[in-house]
Design a protein around this ligand. Structure first.
Ligand code: BGC
Length: 749
């Protein structure tokens, strides 16, 4: 039963000037006082008000009033305390308007939370997360998340649904673009960096944005790469591969986690109490807020584990999903369950307490507007400094995949360039998917950038073809422009709508007849520089064959055109690497560097080994791979101790020399292999990297430290162990690094 509202306390609330809730929970109070304040507040809440706190609705619901009971407008729902947070409401004017209703017209004046998908920038769109991961520069990812937070909070947003930390090893799955790729180590560092960037040092600061690690968990393991599909995996894989980025986000202080749409081994994640209440809350002692994914609570019915809405709501809430994103099941269907005694009020209370604690941590009881006003919004968004950071981030995220005979960089005094392709002048392809509040009119396309830097007369343009379909009517014009130019810059790939959510593909080839266009241009004999704009690994072997140089620019953000120009003309020496393996064809998927050896490791000379008869087993481009305009030499690998205890710190160092003629960055990578263990271990695992800058001819010793966490894994009994034995170290510029040594770990657990 819900608690009885004590009229005198309500009256007390109404008597306070401004927002009565200011007295309820002060962000600077001690945790004990905050808890007491929240309990006092909860003692005044009706069941409907409590469930209202767990109810998140979208902007649409407000506009139509659909969130309310019959005849109620969205404003009325807020005034009645029927909503705790909003999804996708942006801008100071609108957020302030809604907040004002909450803190002046609702009975308890509890402030609202405004949540949004601020994924890779807000108005200043940065490169998509998969691209930024390839920078191997967590500090840069932290900076861009910081800027996103500065802008989004100025626009009235408190809570972002990022970072997406799903490990993704199947590029058919469109959502690979949203995360940090295939590797748990890189993914963990990026997850932590982004959480720090969004949240800043102190959540009460006006420019701090509550981060959400999503989607919990194993969403990236969707069977067949088909979005929302089921995931099945061993507990070892779950704990050693898919969970570490969530742990890293939690350790970095992430205030929230989103449940994922998928089921895992038969249990939909929105009902997975063992992993949400059990692992996250009990084992990891994390006390943040769990939000459902969009209609995820309702979908428990489609999964076939709930008979009706109330069932679905009860299962999700009992599992520990605090906030119901837009299903409106908690608010509408759970009151009955509680009043009938089916669902203990304590279960509701636990979630309400977490919602209120989150609002308190953000300081919303002190300032429900979180410092957002029109002047700040105007001053903070799309500043010149933010644009510079976006250009820098894009330059640091572009990967050079092929460069024969130093086709790149181009000479600045080059005569004429032919800019060709469906993505050469497509602003949306700069922004990519989940662009936040990014606007195409703010985006600099490659064509615009090149016209500006080279002058209109030196740039010829032909679209050549569309992204899809087989229309060749533009080929002739494109070929003619190519013939009259010194070089062809060909911009091909995918449209932004072809990746991210609900955008799985069954082919990884270049869509439409873009390859045919590339072949027609190559036939002119002019050097073709192909620049890819896309959100997933593509099987672009043929494109590479048709090109002198191949550049992976991903969806590079609003400054993408300028950044691509920087790379093409050598103002930026590319250094980013692939955060995800590129297969030769879709049939190789899933393909990732940290695979197991099998009992019959592939061997070209022996039939009965683990390989294909129609394609090599190796990838087109491996994880960690990327070229530079200079070259690097690795030597002098030193392993400090030949034998080390599991708890000891091992030091490994290597000398890296820039052997070329230009300054450049190198991503020095360290991989480890546990040679013999009680369960099978990956052939190599990334356990350290450093992006360093070296002038031409410069040499530097790079040192890594290894410890227990680098040797540990889950054994058959699911104990996290370190087993004694030999470990191999590989150091170099990609996951295929060959410089190696080994040492022994001497003690167990
Ligand atoms: C996506 C989430 C996103 C949410 C809110 C869902 O469809 O899976 O990643 O945060 O929508 O927009």
């Amino acid at each position: 039963m819900s608690r009885v509202v004590i009229p005198s306390l309500v009256a007390f609330g109404l008597l306070l000037p401004g927002y009565a809730s200011a007295a309820e929970c002060n962000a600077s109070a001690t945790p004990a006082r905050q808890k007491a304040a929240i309990h006092t507040l909860m003692s005044r809440m009706t069941l409907a008000e409590k469930l209202g706190q767990l109810n998140q609705i979208g902007r649409q619901a407000v506009a139509t009033g659909a969130a309310g009971t019959q005849g109620q407008s969205g404003d009325d729902v807020i005034a009645a305390g029927g909503v705790g947070s909003f999804l996708g409401v942006r801008g100071v004017a609108e957020t302030r308007h809604l907040q004002e209703i909450a803190v002046t017209r609702s009975r308890l004046k509890i402030p609202l939370l405004f949540a949004d998908d601020v994924i890779h920038g807000y108005r200043t769109t940065f490169p998509v997360p998969l691209a930024e991961a390839g920078s191997f520069d967590p500090e840069m990812a932290e900076r861009s998340a910081r800027i996103a937070a500065v802008e989004a909070t100025a626009s009235g947003i408190h809570w972002t649904y990022a970072p997406m930390v799903d490990i993704a090893r199947d590029p058919r799955w469109g959502r690979v673009v949203e995360g940090s790729g295939e590797d748990p180590y890189l993914g963990s560092l990026m997850a932590a960096a982004r959480v720090r960037g969004f949240q800043g040092r102190d959540l009460t600061a006006h420019d701090s944005l509550l981060a959400t690690a999503k989607h919990f968990v194993a969403y990236g393991a969707a069977e067949g790469g088909r979005d929302y599909n089921i995931a099945s995996m061993s507990p070892q894989t779950l704990h050693d591969v898919y969970l570490p980025p969530f742990k890293a986000a939690v350790d970095a202080g992430a205030g929230s986690i989103m449940a994922s749409f998928n089921e895992l081994d038969g249990t939909p994640m929105h009902a997975n109490g063992a992993l949400i209440n059990g692992l996250l809350r009990k084992q990891w002692r994390w006390n943040g807020l769990v939000v459902s994914d969009y209609t995820g609570v309702m979908e428990l019915m489609h999964h076939g584990i709930a008979d009706n809405r109330a069932d679905a709501g009860e299962r999700a809430l009992r599992a520990g999903v605090d906030v119901d994103m837009v299903s409106e099941i908690y608010a509408k269907d759970l009151p009955q369950r509680v009043s009938s005694g089916h669902l203990p009020l304590a279960v509701v209370d636990a979630s309400v307490e977490r919602v209120l604690a989150t609002k308190c941590r953000l300081g919303l009881f002190d300032d429900p507007y979180h410092g957002a006003d029109v002047a700040r919004e105007r001053a903070s968004i799309l500043t010149a400094e933010h644009r510079r950071a976006a250009r820098d981030a894009a330059g640091r995220s572009i990967v050079l995949l092929k460069n024969t005979q130093e086709a790149l960089p181009l000479r600045k005094d080059i005569g004429k360039v032919a800019v060709i392709g469906p993505l050469a002048d497509e602003p949306w392809a700069m922004l990519g998917n989940w662009p936040g509040d990014g606007k195409p009119e703010d985006a600099v396309t490659p064509l615009a950038a090149l016209k500006k830097s080279l002058g209109e007369r030196r740039v010829a343009y032909a679209r050549g073809t569309g992204l899809l379909g087989d229309d060749r009517s533009g080929f002739d014009a494109a070929v003619a422009e190519a013939k009259s130019s010194d070089v062809v810059l060909l911009f091909v790939g995918e449209g932004p709508e072809m990746s991210a959510e609900a955008a799985s593909r069954s082919s990884l080839d270049l869509p439409g007849n873009q390859q045919a266009l590339a072949d027609a241009l190559a036939a002119t004999g002019k050097p073709v520089i192909a620049i890819l704009l896309n959100g997933r690994p593509l099987s672009v072997g043929k494109l590479a064959d048709a090109s002198s140089a191949l550049v992976e620019a991903w969806f590079p953000g609003i400054e993408g055109g300028n950044a691509i120009g920087d790379v093409l003309f050598g103002d930026v020496n590319p250094a980013a690497r692939l955060a995800i393996t590129f297969p030769r064809n879709v049939g190789q998927v899933p393909i990732y560097y940290a695979h197991k050896n099998t009992g019959r490791p592939p061997n070209a000379g022996e039939k009965y080994t683990s390989k294909y008869i129609d394609v090599p087993w190796t990838p087109l481009y491996p994880f960690g791979f990327g070229l530079s305009y200079t070259t690097f030499r690795y030597d002098g690998l030193k392993i400090a101790s030949p034998r080390i205890a599991a708890n000891g710190r091992q030091k490994v160092s290597v000398a890296v020399t820039n052997t070329g003629k230009r300054a450049g960055d190198e991503v020095v990578q360290l991989y480890l292999r546990d040679e013999v263990a009680s369960v099978t271990r990956p052939l190599r695992q990334l356990r350290g990297f450093r992006r360093i800058h070296l002038d031409a001819g410069e040499s530097r010793v790079v040192e890594f430290e290894l410890g227990r966490e680098d040797y540990a894994f889950h054994d058959a009994a699911m104990h996290k162990v370190v087993e004694p034995g030999r470990f191999d170290v590989f150091i170099g510029g990609s996951s295929e690094a060959t410089l190696s040594g080994s040492f022994e770990v001497t003690a167990g657990r």
